[in-house]
Write a protein that binds this ligand. Sequence first.
Ligand SMILES: Cc1cc2nc3c(=O)[nH]c(=O)nc-3n(C[C@H](O)[C@H](O)[C@H](O)COP(=O)(O)O)c2cc1C
Length: 445
Amino acid sequence: MAALARQDADRDAPSPVEYAAAIDVDTGIAVKADGQTPAAAQPAEPLVTSLKRAASTTPRAFRDLLALDDFERHAKRRLPHMIFQYVAGGVETGTAMRRSAAAYSDYAFLPRAMVDTSARSCATELFGKIYAAPFGIGPLGGSAFIAYRGDLVLAEAAGAANIPMILSASSLIKLEDVHAQNRDAWYQGYLPGDQNRIDRLIDRVERTGYETFVVTADTPTLGNREHNTRSGFSMPIKVTPKVLWQSVTHPRWALGVVAQTFIKHGVPHFENTEAERGPPMMSQGAVRNTIARDKLSWTNLEAIRRRWKGNLLVKGLLNPADVEIARSCGADGVILSTHGGRQLDHAIAPLDVLPEIAANKGSMKVIVDSGIRRGTDVLKAVALGADFVLLGRPFMFAAALGGAPCVSHAIGILKDEILRDMAFLGANRLDELGPEILRKVERRV
Ligand SMILES: Cc1cc2nc3c(=O)[nH]c(=O)nc-3n(C[C@H](O)[C@H](O)[C@H](O)COP(=O)(O)O)c2cc1C
């Protein structure tokens, strides 16, 4: 582990232009007090070193949050078991969830040395917009029941960092309010196979000003989420003695999220599943819209394409044959995903189908999610042909732990990792990375 030799440990909070607050003993690389490299000509994109941010500038509450997995560990203590499990869990044996993440370990890097990467940037173009990084926040249903005003928190942090955030159909805050918070947010639909209802929803989303519509295709029915049943989580939420006990023993969640929400905003409703406001999350009607989801078909996608003029993506595809159909229906992009291992157990890892799908993508964008936790994961996906990636759980846990500042911290960690790893790979831009920087290896670690 890199040891840090603080040169001026007793100094007050340093100004952003001060250099060399610390030297890494292993590498001898100087780092500014804010964790950045003192580059002679500082490029527009701030650069980072192999060091973690200097402790003096990291808010105390975040000092133990050094990597995205740390957010889950901390959230486990903060949230009632049923809420933590709802977010963290995968279906049945958990194989799809584990496999999605483990697939990244099947590739090793072939780094390039002695390349001037002092001007590197991970800015990425997607649908005509330049984002600050090649990752975004995937749709997360029920966010506002996990973190106070969760969808707004995620939208705010994504907007501030200039990365995309996708609002879930199962969200509890009006899509109009989320759009007011972040005009670049995307909308994700859980659609019934009823074109009339779909059309009215599309009109609402379009009227509000959303430019990107994501159709989630891997939820004809709900995955077998035994972890929810075991932990006491149900939809609609039932107030059982188990649920009550978990709530009173986690007052920060019970008061900070639930009580505050009910007092300030009333009973949370599924606001955005349909054109009209949906039922309260405590009511039996909450399952209403799921009824016709197994009727959704490519015919609906064709009709959506005719009506929706913005960017259209299909999320939750894994079979190259389906990607081809999505393309023939006129989709602008696909999101290869196992839904974070929350739908079909033993589904193939998105990374394992990525090279084949990317080879035939043409002008369609290929986005990947499920199990991405490190900058190295992002770079492996990019090298294998992904245009962009999404993450879910780490940002949800960050929102639960510390609202928008904590989500910003998580975004910063991942972006720093990407920029640091680009230096090791000898890349100044992400489009310089291709499969030649990777070797498929037998998983040994
Ligand atoms: C709590 C939670 C809620 C989710 N809700 C939705 C949703 O409403 N719509 C959707 O398309 N995907 C949903 N997903 C899947 C995520 O968008 C994404 O595909 C997945 O979380 C990526 O895997 P990761 O969490 O390992 O990064 C949800 C995932 C979680 C963890």
